[in-house]
Write a protein that binds this ligand. Structure first.
Ligand SMILES: Nc1nc2c(c(=O)[nH]1)N[C@H]1C(S)=C(S)[C@@H](COP(=O)(O)OP(=O)(O)OC[C@H]3O[C@@H](n4cnc5c(=O)[nH]c(N)nc54)[C@H](O)[C@@H]3O)O[C@H]1N2
Ligand SMILES: Nc1nc2c(c(=O)[nH]1)N[C@H]1C(S)=C(S)[C@@H](COP(=O)(O)OP(=O)(O)OC[C@H]3O[C@@H](n4cnc5c(=O)[nH]c(N)nc54)[C@H](O)[C@@H]3O)O[C@H]1N2
Ligand code: SF4
Ligand SMILES: [Mo]
Length: 726
């Protein structure tokens, strides 16, 4: 009998009729893959492929990137501006002028009646850097509200805060090339193979050439944990204890880099005396990692020629997020692993341009890593923009996570949401729903009109998407890469830059400040503002960026082709040039499982979906892999509760309840469940989101729930609603 194919005809790929390939950069995650979009003779985007010569991805793309061109024509793209008098009335189509006039007059009315800061703006990590800079000008220099922040508070705020506390400035010091030089890697709360598949591929590529230990710290057996040499299944929210204990072993055994500590850090005495309290035996009782493993990992790390740490949301999204980052930085400082090939403390960023907003949006201050708190910075920017420095507030206003409670208490009356979907992505969405209902006026600016938050808007601005506009984005390793304008905006939708410029013209200061229409002219302003500073991009131009497939800042002049690493000279951004070692006492303030709510609720992502599914939920080749809200649950505990594989179950927390499909797996222990957060009315109905005191980032990953079986027919109806198919 014959098995397999008998006739071996070559596989023929369907001809998509591509006439031209246009260079751009992927618009999903912060890996920053260079991508080319294929255009047919009607000017439509019909294919995507990786760019072979690009440093970052060397021709590869993950499955989200491969289908990225399908976004252009996917369901419910915003076609025209929409308006309505009252929330929940039927939207009516409007002209752009009508939508802008109404919005500007409502903003002015609210600010005149309740004060300038009563109108808030919440932005994103997903538009282009020139757009961020322009929105910053509009928010800080024209509308003049201090309650202006972004969804990066849900995402990277702890990394920013931790970098600032340790090094005196934000800015990830390492790069992907460090994998090729390191002798030991620890990954804290990061599931690289699913969330940053191409960074993971870079790591695998390095490991194929040269073996070094990979240690993954994650309460769940992730795909990354499965490939690691060591998996440390930490008790949720206790990474700081593990970090203190690693430092304890290093200092007790004299494995630290004394010369580096003395030359480049301050605060050693206080730091050492605090970590002295975290011996591995006491620490193991809190963080759940046995004492020998703690000692082994500490020795391995400190004895390596070069060792590096990476982390993502398992660290940032915690009540100790900022402390976790500081702890990781300190581990690297005491072992002399900063600014060195293969020795670094590299936060793996989330959204495609979360770095761009940190650098240029003015959300937390003023452009180019400037601070509102510094008089010189206020004066420099005011002069550059041509306005009175007194127009600026003297300190930063509310963080995104404090803006919603301020709506609740009536301090904020109007809100403009740009490219974020808090009705699905914020913790405790039942509370967010009530909050949004209190607004007198809300604008939602999004590429999709069906984004859940739009249900509460008075005005909807349809934003063009990613490759329908031009500008740059910065990735995890500080690489600025270009998005070329591949095709025309869909229907009447418009680039976010154009939208901000049109709004600016409707205010007094908008007539004083220049708002260039061309992205390259906006970029020129940024270059000028960056000259001679830590974040120097003055040596970049759009053309040079494309030619090099991205340039890493600082990049100081025409000949400069960028910098792989920061702090190679050991000079940090504090006035004394030294990094700070900061003691981190641990206080357990999480909602932990108890008799009433016996399970930890963990949440995160899966490879095929991006965030709230406004995009990937509509792409068949992605959505088909996980079309339904589900939960990973341990089979042993499920059997005790009478819950079966692929049936529905109800979870309840102190905030609300949710129904999901059960997938039995040993990825999670008996006291934990994991739910991807991509689905509306799902995990964030349950989450508590206690805030980190430094970064105000919510602890999405820690709260407690109870679980029960549910009548299957009733459940199916609830779940189908949350799955919303298109
Ligand atoms: N496919 C896909 N890729 C994405 C995204 C997406 O939505 N889909 N989003 C992008 C964005 S914005 C971000 S921020 C990143 C997020 O990227 P990641 O942070 O890698 O992804 P998550 O799944 O949110 O969380 C990572 C891990 O943290 C673990 N964790 C939970 N609690 C703790 C803890 O207390 N300690 C430790 N050490 N670990 C813990 C979880 O078990 C989980 O496996 O991904 C980016 N890439
Ligand atoms: N439980 C739980 N919740 C979480 C997390 C978790 O791990 N667990 N992770 C948190 C994290 S790290 C993040 S980053 C947030 C993400 O949360 P969100 O920011 O709310 O999620 P997105 O779905 O990415 O929303 C972005 C919106 O921007 C739109 N958009 C995309 N490109 C453009 C553009 O160019 N212009 C305009 N105008 N619109 C555009 C998209 O259609 C989408 O509606 O979720 C957070 N929420
Ligand atoms: S790894 Fe990230 S940047 Fe690269 S193709 Fe995938 S989603 Fe896009
Ligand atoms: Mo994120």
């Amino acid at each position: 009998m014959l098995f397999g194919r008998t006739k071996k005809n070559p596989i023929k790929l369907p001809d998509k009729g591509v006439k031209e390939w246009v260079y751009t950069t992927c618009g999903y995650c912060s890996t920053g893959c260079s991508i080319e979009v294929g255009i047919n003779d009607k000017g439509e985007g019909v294919a995507s492929r990786g760019v072979g010569g690009a440093d970052v991805n060397q021709g590869k793309l993950c499955l989200k990137g491969i289908f990225e061109h399908e976004l252009f024509y996917s369901a419910n793209r915003g076609e025209v501006p929409l308006m309505r008098e009252k929330q929940f009335d039927k939207f009516k189509e409007a002209s752009w002028d009508e939508a802008f006039d109404k919005s500007a007059s409502e903003i002015k009315r609210i600010q005149e009646k309740y004060g300038r800061d009563s109108f808030a703006i919440v932005s994103t990590g997903q538009i282009l850097t020139e757009e961020f800079y322009t929105l910053g000008k509009l928010a800080r220099g024209v509308i003049g509200t201090n309650n202006y922040d972004g969804n990066t508070t849900l995402c990277m705020a702890s990394a920013v805060s931790g970098y600032k506390r340790s090094f005196g400035s934000d800015g990830p010091p390492g790069c992907y090339d460090d994998f090729s030089h390191t002798d030991c890697l620890i990954a804290f709360g990061s599931n690289l193979p699913e969330q940053h598949p191409i960074i993971y591929w870079r790591l695998k590529q390095a490991l194929e050439k040269r073996k070094f230990p990979v240690i993954v710290v994650d309460p769940r057996v992730t795909m990354f944990a499965q490939m690691a040499d060591m998996h440390l299944p930490i008790t949720p929210g206790t990474d700081v204890v593990l970090l203190n204990s690693l430092a304890h072993v290093i200092l007790n055994e004299g494995l630290e880099d004394r010369a580096y500590i003395e030359a480049h850090t301050t605060g050693f005495e206080e730091y050492a005396s605090l970590v002295e309290e975290y011996d591995p035996i006491s620490a193991s009782r809190i963080c759940g990692i046995d004492e020998d493993t703690i000692r082994n990992v500490a020795r391995l790390y400190a004895r390596s020629n070069a060792a590096m740490s990476i982390w993502t949301m398992g660290i940032n999204q915690s009540t100790h997020g900022s402390d976790g980052v500081v702890g990781i930085n300190s581990l690297n400082l005491i072992t002399g692993n900063i600014g060195k090939q293969g020795g670094t403390s590299l936060s793996i960023t989330g959204q495609c341009n979360a770095m761009g907003t940190r650098e240029w949006s003015s959300c937390s201050g003023l452009p180019g890593y400037r601070a509102l708190e510094k008089e010189q910075d206020r004066e420099d920017v005011a002069k550059f923009w041509g306005i009175d420095p007194e127009f600026f507030p003297k300190k930063r206003g509310l963080f995104q996570t404090d803006i919603f409670p301020a709506i609740e208490t009536g301090q904020i009356k109007g809100l403009w949401i740009v490219a974020t979907n808090p009705m699905t992505s914020m913790p405790n969405t039942p509370r967010i729903r009530k909050t949004l209902e209190k607004l007198e006026f809300m604008i939602v600016q999004d590429s999709y009109s069906d984004v859940e938050t739009n249900e509460y808007a008075h005005v909807y601005f349809p934003g063009a998407i990613w490759a329908e506009k031009e500008g740059v984005m910065t990735n995890t390793e500080r690489r600025v890469n270009i998005i070329r304008n591949v095709l025309k905006p869909y229907k009447e939708s418009k680039p976010d830059l154009w939208i901000f410029n049109q709004m600016a013209r409707r205010f007094e200061n908008g007539k004083k400040i220049r708002f260039p229409d061309k992205a390259s002219e906006v970029f020129d302003e940024m270059r000028e503002l960056s000259k001679g500073r830590f974040l120097d991009i003055s040596g970049m131009t759009h053309e040079k960026i494309e030619k090099n497939r991205g340039l890493q800042w600082p990049c100081k002049d025409e000949k400069d082709t960028g910098s792989k690493r920061l702090y190679e000279d050991g000079v940090f951004q504090y006035p004394d040039g030294k990094a700070k070692l900061i003691p981190l006492p641990f206080v357990d303030n999480n909602e932990v499982p108890d008799d009433d709510y016996p399970f930890w609720l963990n949440s995160g992502r899966v490879v095929e979906h991006f965030h709230t599914r406004t995009r990937t939920g509509k792409i068949g080749n992605l959505n088909k892999f996980s079309p339904t809200p589900y939960m990973e649950m341990n089979p042993d505990i499920a059997a005790e509760l009478g819950i079966e594989h692929m049936t529905y179950a109800r979870l309840t927390s102190r905030r609300g309840d949710s129904v999901v499909l059960v997938q039995l797996t040993h990825r999670v222990g008996k006291n934990m469940v994991f739910i991807p957060f991509h689905f509306h009315e799902c995990v964030n109905r349950l989450t508590l989101g206690l805030l980190d005191p430094h970064s105000r980032q919510p602890a999405f990953k820690q709260c407690s729930v109870k679980i029960e079986p549910i009548v299957q027919q009733e459940a199916a109806a609830i779940v189908n609603k949350a799955a919303r198919t298109f």
